[in-house]
Design a protein around this ligand. Structure first.
Ligand SMILES: Nc1ncnc2c1ncn2[C@@H]1O[C@H](COP(=O)(O)OP(=O)(O)OP(=O)(O)O)[C@@H](O)[C@H]1O
Length: 492
């Protein structure tokens, strides 16, 4: 069996030699050259599994080779070596189709990780075909928007470039991120989704980077953070716009250096993580307003992926509805839409997108006769639903913090005790109650207030959690945490 062959293009003799020796020690065959022209010739003549090129070459730019290799249709990963501190070059190369980059001075551990994951990419099937052993796609729909999304996902799965997914709440951003991970050479490593908007600011550094035993009061054991938990795999930064500025600086550093330091540790540890970020907000506007760091935005936004809202792809509604009903119904009790109900759904704007469709169908099924859903069962405009009485005051249940284990696939941090802050443009606050007697147990009292407010919002929206979250100016996930924490259940 022949070894994989790598083409190294660099005119700096020392660096070229270092790259060659490292690759040879990894058991690879290496061809090397100093010029762009010779590199093009070699690439045309021979089969390579990886091309590694410097950005500045005597007769041109490594970027030109990136474009040639990407356009060749051979599906060969090409990585670039960028000058120290040249974030622009790295981003430009990734945008042009580079698989990944290493910065000078080249850290050999990072180079080896890059080479190994690049070789896994060239090993796997071409872009359109699913990787070995991969689960079938959960992404339903056949509209032009979804078809183009599938094609983009297949292409993006083959690189390390950071991806920024933008789309309304519930439009499938996390699902798309999971698909990219599942189709990538990282599929057998963890996919960790972190909701940046739900982590208390004081815990952020510990949650992202981990801590050593005794680093602070309560740090009874050493613990990994999200970066270490996602090592080798993909880290999804959901609701990335909600990251506080101080954390943005630390995150940028971790992404640039590909190293993290646990709180209380002296040494940094390398991490190999692909970053996918997602938001329903306009990050560019937040950058202009000084609420999001430009440098982090630039790093995260290398490739943009936009998810169309459901109302812009109503062609998908039937397939989505069928898939959701098949999941909700059982073998004996099939769930179906009654006559004309699909048209009623098509006239609804779905502000909460596919997630709202799921919620609507789930509720409608509970109200339906024998699993046949009528237009009334959909209760699209909201109808009166009895508001469940708030839980009795005595004996407030203790709040359980969810432990974060490395094998956890979607990490949702422990719920925060107070109601999360609403968007800056949230409507005016109702006046605060004037209390005659001060509560003797403030946390328990606040919990009772929170339970009362959330239960009222859910009652007003017929327990449609998407709409209740909107009413309260919090995200769907934040509402879900609070409901779990306060043990509020849908009476249906
Ligand atoms: N094209 C699709 N096919 C099948 N299911 C979908 C599709 N798009 C979204 N969903 C489903 O809709 C629900 C919401 O999707 P997801 O959590 O990915 O949305 P999101 O945009 O990340 O939401 P949020 O902004 O609230 O984080 C999930 O249950 C997901 O599986």
């Amino acid at each position: 069996m022949t070894s994989p062959r790598v083409l190294v293009v660099d005119d700096e003799a020392d660096l070229r030699e270092l790259l060659e020796i490292t690759l040879l020690k990894m058991g690879l065959d290496v061809d090397s050259t100093e010029t762009l022209q010779h590199a093009r010739q070699l690439f045309a003549e021979k089969d390579y599994q990886l091309v590694l090129t410097d950005m500045r070459l005597p007769d041109g730019l490594g970027l030109e080779l990136v474009r040639d290799v990407s356009a060749s249709g051979k599906n060969i990963p090409i990585a670039v070596v960028t000058a120290f501190g040249s974030a622009e070059n790295a981003v430009v190369a990734l945008k042009a189709g580079a698989f990944d980059y290493v910065s000078k001075p080249v850290q050999l551990d990072q180079l080896r990780v890059l080479v190994q994951s690049a070789l896994r990419v060239s090993d796997s099937a071409p872009a359109a075909a699913p990787a070995r052993g991969q689960q079938p796609s959960r992404l339903r729909g056949n509209s032009a928007a979804i078809q183009s999304l599938r094609a983009q996902i297949a292409r993006l799965a083959r690189s390390m470039a950071p991806i920024a997914i933008n789309g309304e709440s519930g439009s499938g951003k996390e699902l798309a991120a999971r698909e990219i991970h599942a189709q990538s050479s990282r599929a057998d490593k963890p996919f960790i989704a972190v909701n940046c908007g739900a982590i208390p600011e004081a815990l952020m550094e510990a949650e992202f980077f981990g801590y050593r035993k005794g680093a602070f009061t309560g740090a009874a054991d050493e613990r990994d953070g999200f970066f270490q938990a996602a090592n080798g795999g993909t880290l999804m930064l959901d609701e990335v716009a909600d990251l506080p500025l101080a954390m943005q600086v630390k995150l940028l550093r971790a992404i640039q250096e590909r190293r993290v330091r646990k709180i209380g540790a002296t040494a940094e540890e390398p991490v190999d993580v692909r970053i996918i970020s997602a938001t329903h907000k306009n990050l560019e506007k937040l950058v202009e307003a000084g609420q999001f760091r430009q440098d982090l935005f630039y790093r995260l936004n290398v490739i943009e992926l936009r998810l169309a809202p459901l109302r812009e792809r109503l062609d998908d509604l039937e397939e989505l509805t069928d898939a959701i009903l098949a999941r909700l119904g059982s073998f004996e009790h099939k769930a179906v839409l009654g006559p004309g109900v699909l048209d009623v759904l098509k006239s609804y704007p779905f502000p909460g997108n596919v997630r709202e469709l799921e919620n609507i169908l789930e509720r409608a099924l509970a109200f339906s006769n024998d699993g046949v859903i009528s237009a009334e069962d959909l209760a699209l405009k909201g109808g009166a639903m009895p508001v469940p009485a708030p839980a009795a005051a005595p004996g407030f249940p203790p709040v359980q913090a969810a432990p974060v284990a490395p094998e956890v696939q979607a990490v949702e941090p422990a719920p925060v005790a107070s109601a999360e802050a609403a968007e800056p443009e949230a409507p005016a606050m109702p006046p605060l109650p004037v209390l005659d007697i001060l509560p003797s147990n403030l946390p328990a009292y606040l919990e009772a207030v929170e339970r009362e407010i959330i239960t009222r919002a859910l009652g007003q929206t017929n327990y449609n959690r998407t709409q209740a979250a909107q009413l309260l100016g919090i995200s769907f996930r934040q509402l879900r945490y609070q409901m779990q924490k306060l043990n509020i259940q849908d009476p249906a």
